[in-house]
Design a protein around this ligand. Sequence first.
Ligand code: NAD
Length: 311
Amino acid sequence: MVDALWKNQRVLVTGGAGFIGSHLTRCLVDASAEVIVLDDLSTGSRSQVPSAAELIVGSVECRSTVEQAAADCTAIIHLAARVSVPQAEQDPDGCRRVNVEGTANAVAAASAGQARFVLASTCAVYGDPDSIPTSEATPVKPLSVYGQSKASAESIVLDAIEQDRLQASCLRLFNVVGRGQNAASAYAAVVPRFAECLCAGRPPTIEGDGLQTRDFVPVGFVVDCLLRAASSPVAPVVNVGTGHETSLLELLERMQSIAGTALQPTFAAGRTGDIRRSVADVETLHRDCGACEPNRLGQALRDVLDQHAPG
Ligand code: NAD
């Protein structure tokens, strides 16, 4: 969504040097917004930030740095986070400092400057959900330190909304797919990993029986939703998915058909604690932000395959 609305608006994107943040930053720059990126470059990279954006290298853990970055911004889109589930288990305090205290700092800055605020939350807050498809009313029961940290971050945002200190939304992103995703990332890493194998002519490995499902959502659509939530009122909590449940076997088949390959996968032991089914109820999303066109996922998968193609 490149919109006249963003022209000359000053927008802070925390985590803007990362996978989703760099797509968002490019979109805002294209819409002639004045974009400030606050990123500590722990997983993001300087080269991902367009030269038209101002990059502040620093941590959301530092309140004064966040305040300085947020000065005169009309919107803050908060993506900066420790996103690796295993890393969060090893260093729960570090995860909480970034994901929870970092969010508290960003909320305080948004509240002081009356900026609209959007938190990138996650379907991991549902843990192994009670109902499929999973609506926003489903109990929050995170299974991981990462999921717990995001649930706490949401509470900070929701309290501030409740107390009329903040105009904001928490977007619960499902499995985001697109160019630039780190193959070692803890999320949907299956897509870049499959892409790497298919492009190298190597059989991909499926962990488990391949019948576990996910809701793979194209990054371009996620960016549209973040911008919608940053510019106009949407529900305080919104799932961002496609509403389509895709098994890993179906995903692989779809990617093989795009890549023109027919490699037999090998199967390895499933991951401990792997969720069997995950798919968003998208009623709130459709009402507040619109629906994802079905062919956008095909394009996102093509983009990841192109990125891994040799030469
Ligand atoms: P990413 O790792 O590519 O991006 C995170 C960015 O935050 C990186 O650029 C990193 O350097 C930066 N960062 C980390 N700690 C920081 C700190 N202390 N201060 C400042 N910057 C810091 O991950 P992503 O996939 O682009 O995720 C972006 C957001 O979306 C995260 O909040 C994540 O929890 C959420 N999310 C992503 C997915 C997905 O499928 N990718 C799904 C659900 C939620």
